[in-house]
Design a protein around this ligand. Sequence first.
Ligand code: LLP
Length: 414
Amino acid sequence: TTHNKVSNKNNFFGNTTPIDLIKEYGSPLYVYNENIMRERCRELKNLLTYPNFSVNFSVKANSNLSLLKIALEEGLNADAMSPGEIFVELKAGFSSEQILYISNNVSKEEMQYAIDRDILVSVDSLSQLESYGQINNGGKICIRFNPGVGAGHHEKVITGGKKTKFGVDPSLIPEIKDILSKYNLNLVGINQHIGSLFMEGDKYIEGVESLLTIAENFDDLEFVDMGGGFGIPYKKLEDEKRLDLESLGKKLDKVLFDWTARYGKQITFKIEPGRYIVAECGNLLGSVYSLKENYGMKYVGTDLGFNVLKRPVMYNSHHDIEIFRESNIPSNKTETVNIVGNICESGDIIAKDRTLPEIFEGDIINVLDAGAYGYCMASNYNNRLRPAEVLVTSEGNVKLIRRRDTYEDLIRNF
Ligand code: LLP
């Protein structure tokens, strides 16, 4: 058989092909490429020349244990958004000092979960700072500020700025100082996150400058965490440009060195990217089971429902699509279609009005750049089984890194 890639070309699948992968592991299937992930980790580690710099992988983007181990091997630290993320990070082998728990509206029990494991907690309101003081008098603490600057690919993922729930308003610094001294807390770090996915560094730098002004209010900081949000080009087929890390790194370095001279003490600077590390190393494969035309619109029916990849439905996100076919069906037609899933909601569309080479039943759809916020946002909606995940290793071999859900999984909590 010829394994014919109908559009585009790359070497993502190592010694195998999408068609063989689906035959062996079933459909749909998340596929990750180890080399690409390692490359992204290294690019970010080299972002700055500033001496104390660390990259915290924001594992909310993908918390597969095998991928966490790769990040750890690459010398990354990790941030966590929940005790569950702390749990998998410790399992992957990260040490307590490597983890920062960035909490948002959590119970004292959740804070205690981190404290018991010697993991630093970042709180993002005065009331959470009080709660923390009540259970860890004299302890170390980090505070998340809202610098008044935001950026992101969609309103739902802009986390900084005047209209979001995140971070402490810097005008409350006097109140913060009161609570810190009331509970004898040691403020070792401050952090922010302006939002997810910027392609130009300007807003990020603006946010950093604003955070550094905030930092000058506190004497003994050990670190400033500047946040994540580093974007990737989702429209590669239209030659969308990459984020220029080199120029961003240069500008940031200058800001940080200048600030250090003013502050009078070198501290550690952290970033906490998620998407940049894992988006492009992950593809989602699915199968075409039906083709139909409804009132003039062509529908390609697949198993890629929003239970598997939620981003297109939730944020109108664009993911490039490739098509693979076992036999060489001659066709040089293109057509405009909606690629839809198998979920009983009419919003279940993974690619809308997309012009692609003609698609046939039995084709394999490859959804690109699905490694970030893909599997981790997948669900069992409609009692569908979450897909398996496989890794194409540096040697080009395939390793199962999470099995597909089973029907038994659907009732295991009863
Ligand atoms: N740090 C904090 C505090 C965050 O809230 C986030 C993401 C990150 C870091 C990592 O951001 P990144 O580098 O991945 O942009 N589900 C959405 C994205 C939500 C991002 C939430 N916060 C999506 O699929 O686009």
